[in-house]
Design a protein around this ligand. Sequence first.
Ligand SMILES: NC(=O)c1ccc[n+]([C@@H]2O[C@H](COP(=O)([O-])OP(=O)(O)OC[C@H]3O[C@@H](n4cnc5c(N)ncnc54)[C@H](OP(=O)(O)O)[C@@H]3O)[C@@H](O)[C@H]2O)c1
Length: 245
Amino acid sequence: MTKVALITGASKGIGAATALAFSQAQYEVVINYRDDHASANKLVDQIKQNGGAATAIAADVFTDAGVKKLFAQVEKQYSQIDVLVNNAGQPIETNFGQLTTTDITNSLTGNFSSAVMCSQTAIPLMKKGGSILFTGSIYGLNYGSNPNLILYSAGKAALINFAQSLAESYASDFRSNVVAPGYTKTPAWDGTTADDIARLLAQNLQAEWIQADEIANAFVFLAKSPHITGQTIVVDAGWQKIKTI
Ligand SMILES: NC(=O)c1ccc[n+]([C@@H]2O[C@H](COP(=O)([O-])OP(=O)(O)OC[C@H]3O[C@@H](n4cnc5c(N)ncnc54)[C@H](OP(=O)(O)O)[C@@H]3O)[C@@H](O)[C@H]2O)c1
């Protein structure tokens, strides 16, 4: 039977590249997204033209109702899944002096709680030997904090710890791992000036963008590695090395 991979936040960027990579690895893919119907449908068409199988499901996974809607549709169509990639996230700039508890709730909902709730809802559908995966960030690593994105960084750090707890609690059922990307070329950076991008990339040992398909390939590698669990793979063009010198 064909394996099924569900990727949240997959109409574009890292999520879309991950959907393509799982499709190339012979998985049937479920592309979750929130607003961009055109990009999600285009990706489904592209996968089908390449001989793969894909479905797009619009649902806001930052809400309980959206998570419920997504998994109800998945269960109806597939009954079981092999891989969940918790990829949807929201980097919101926060000024520490002015942030409120609402800011904290909003940021942690998008960067942490939504992945926890998707994982919890996915567990009854996970096939034995499957994988729950997370898109972390260099900012969530030890020494990775970013004072301009303190809540985002804290949420991504929490994801790494949560993935380890899941790995321990469900070791005989499925595996749980994180990919922590550095600066990766996606539409998320479209509004950033060339000067700011040059300044960011200069923080890497390799002053270059990481491509979204490199993150996607790390996810496929983890999904196919039966004895890697509770780990974080860092794909950062050497960012962490400089940060820890
Ligand atoms: N790019 C980087 O340099 C970088 C580095 C480290 C970590 N990350 C992490 O990588 C992940 C993806 O980032 P990206 O750069 O690929 O972003 P992106 O290009 O902006 O794409 C974001 C995707 O997430 C979807 N999405 C956003 N909110 C959603 C929600 N509430 N429910 C469902 N889908 C939602 C968007 O769908 P619609 O547009 O259809 O609404 C879109 O498909 C995030 O977790 C981010 O924190 C990115």
